[in-house]
Write a protein of this length. Sequence first.
Length: 451
Amino acid sequence: MTDEPFWPHDEELLQSVMDWSSSRITGGQDPLARARPAHQLREELGDTVVPGGIGGHEALRLFAEVVVTATRAQDNPMNLAFIPAAPTEAALVFDLAVSAAEMFAGTWEAGAGAIAAENQALAWLVGLLGWPETAGGCFVSGATMGNLSALVAAREKARGDRGGQPVAWRLAATADSHSSVRAAAKVMDCGLLDVPGDAQGRMTGEALADVLVSDGGDGVFAVVASSGTTNAGVVDDLAGISAVCREHGIWLHVDGAYGGAALAAPSVADRFVGIAHADSFVVDPHKWLFAPFDCCALLYREPEHGANAHSQFASYLESVDRSEWNPADFAVHLTRRARGLPFWFSLATYGTDRYREAIETVLATTRAVVAEIRERPNLRLIMEPDLSVVLFERVGWADEDYRSWSDHNARSGIVLCVPTRWEGRPVLRLCFVNPATRVEAVADVLDGLAD
């Protein structure tokens, strides 16, 4: 028997990893980085997983020179496609600390300290929602898992309300709801009641009421509303929808994966009137709340409904203290890392006032860019944005024009702006979440659309 550690300590390697991480956090990533074909990456990486290993220094070299250079910088200020990210320096560096701490944060017994800190971050969100202090939940990987978990809880409550009688369960949503909503319906083997959106794709209370009356609404256990759709950033008529849900006794789940962050911004508070009546809610801090991937906050107005649906019981779980807050009780998971801690650390470091200012800065940038679009006769705004997603078109362009322009700018490292579709035709879409994005830089991009 030897006293040597099984995994040899390499101080130089440790320092090299720290140095690279520090450089990335402070200096950012090359905006030119982009995906390369799989065959090319296999050739560049060579054989890395081999019996004798390749050594940490060589693995780090391949990571820095091959792996990273073939991944898009999600936090680059000119990454305006899909829903980008903008984690704070504090959140990024603390993610390293969370990994080093090797915490299991599924149960209070194992991760009490981490869970207590995470719950303070969740409590801030609960306050923004206008919910009672008894509300709560947990952090999961993303809104796909959050939406599924909330809807499972909604169905479980509906089952209890109906005395366990078999029902052809359905949930109600618009065509513009996130793809994960339909995925959840498929996983849960339940039907989908389509609610027509208005001209902007927005669900209204009136449309929901009409559909429930004309359809009968049998088996509808939840309505999914959006507080910031992915494609257009539209916020549904939460006040009207919540009134209809209360009238019919239907669970209201609000998908705020992207737009829920704007609850912290007074300038758009009117968009969220009615959200206080929701039964469940998700928001992704890794989108517009400046946390690193992956982090979604799942919240229940009455957490016991989440626990009734998700608590796991087995002989090896008999020691779990059910009187304490166990995140494993609130979602489709048991094992979980303390993924909410980087978000908590960033909130604690900078303060909620700074978060409000950052979100308002993004909204101001959005409004300024909209003004720039209006000033250019060859560009046409599709709709006034609710939050920070801007849809517009280049007059006279077809699909190929948009694709060619987008590809050229991405490859040149100027901007990542991927076209989407609105009412069947191609349009350009900008999504702002980074307070470091400069209006002047975006205006230069708009000037390039004149050619």
